[in-house]
Design a protein around this ligand. Sequence first.
Ligand SMILES: [Zn+2]
Length: 148
Amino acid sequence: MSESMKLTCPVCGQMNRVPEARLAQGPKCGSCGEALVDGRVAELDAGAHDKATRGDELPLLVDYWAPWCGPCRMMAPEFAKAAQALKGRARLMKLNTEDFPAISQRAGIRGIPALILYRRGREVARLAGARPAAEIVAFVQGHMGPKV
Ligand SMILES: [Zn+2]
């Protein structure tokens, strides 16, 4: 039960090791002090995106969105609700594809919003189009695997 998990800080990109038992206790980044697991949706930049999607050991769901995309903006509060509901079991973050077009191109994203679930450095599943919070939660839970 004292296993630790690698979690990338969405703000500074620092890779942190967090004991699983402490996930529920509001662990903070050892480098910048940002909360690592607080149920909020963090905004990623390119560097933090690549580190988190390749290294994080807690399931990570990334919302690829853009400010000009109406459905993306409509989904934002639903995505935030899902992040709260999944707190401690998965982290939800977003990446602005207008600021980082190379990343969405590399991920093969054709339409937004697009949700990609990563686990232990691999893409596990993706979901296209705006979804209500309950569907987002069910999507993540359906791909958690036998043990999280
Ligand atoms: Zn940090």
